[in-house]
Design a protein around this ligand. Structure first.
Ligand SMILES: Nc1ncnc2c1ncn2[C@@H]1O[C@H](COP(=O)(O)OP(=O)(O)OP(=O)(O)O)[C@@H](O)[C@H]1O
Ligand SMILES: [Mg+2]
Length: 229
């Protein structure tokens, strides 16, 4: 569903992603794990097209999107939940979700979105900025889902969220996966969270992939070592 080959990403002269290769299959959840500053956000921004890539290719469901703008990539089936959520604080919950609906042509927030996130239905007229961090994360996921993505990217969705709410987010992502044909790619540092959702884990270190395991083969102590400073 997503195929990335030899992807290099730089800021000016400084290369941060050094030629990564990976695929994610339909109905697979893939976790990219790495410490602060290892290149997770840079990788995700280049996948969604906010950052250009110097070299390499990105395909979504067989379509090469490497030279396409972000909005065209979204139309091709990729959606992005940025690190820090980036919801619009002065818009209501409903208006925030509606900002994601432009490309899909739908007029009203679909019922299945509010079924997944009952708290957003309850709070739909409240300003986004007045939601808790966990609720804002749900809002950011809802906004991404209304484009009906084939590939959903989430950049550190548990950052700054308390453990009980992290469990809720894991449950929601597993429910989304059971309800839709979707590929979920998440960047993370919290191993317990990815062990609850991911089929496969990749470790990124200084812009290179250095380790990969299916969930059932994961040695959690070894991965924790990669994640500790
Ligand atoms: N706009 C930028 N200009 C130059 N260098 C940048 C820029 N953004 C990030 N970097 C550098 O790129 C490297 C990777 O950063 P990135 O934000 O991708 O890491 P990350 O894995 O997402 O970290 P975190 O877990 O803290 O979010 C870091 O060395 C960072 O300093
Ligand atoms: Mg980041």
């Amino acid at each position: 569903m997503l195929e990335v080959s030899d992807l290099h990403v730089s800021y000016g002269q400084s290369e941060v992603i050094h030629g990564v290769n990976f695929e994610a299959k339909k109905n697979e959840t893939l976790a990219i794990m790495g410490r602060n500053g290892m290149g997770k956000t840079t990788l995700f921004k280049s996948l969604i097209g906010v950052l250009g890539s110097g070299k390499g290719s990105i395909k979504i469901d067989g379509t090469d999107v490497t030279n396409k703008e972000s909005y065209e990539r979204v139309a091709n089936g990729i959606a992005y939940v940025p690190q820090g959520r980036m919801i619009f604080p002065t818009l209501t919950v409903q208006e925030n979700i509606e900002t994601g609906m432009g490309v899909s042509g739908i007029k009203e927030v679909p019922e299945d979105i509010y079924a997944l996130f009952p708290v957003l239905l309850e709070m739909r007229h409240r300003k986004g900025g007045n939601l808790s961090g966990g609720q804002q994360q749900q809002l950011a996921i809802a906004r991404a889902l209304v484009t009906n993505p084939k590939v959903l990217l989430l950049d550190e969705p548990t950052e700054g969220i308390q453990p009980s709410i992290i469990k809720d987010i894991a449950n929601i992502l597993n429910e989304i996966k059971s309800l839709r044909d979707i590929t979920i790619i998440v960047s993370e540092q919290v191993l317990s969270f990815t062990m609850a959702i991911a089929d496969r884990l990749i470790v990124i270190d200084k812009g290179n992939f250095i380790h990969e395991d299916l969930r059932e083969d994961v040695d959690t102590q070894q991965i924790s070592k990669y994640l500790s400073v």
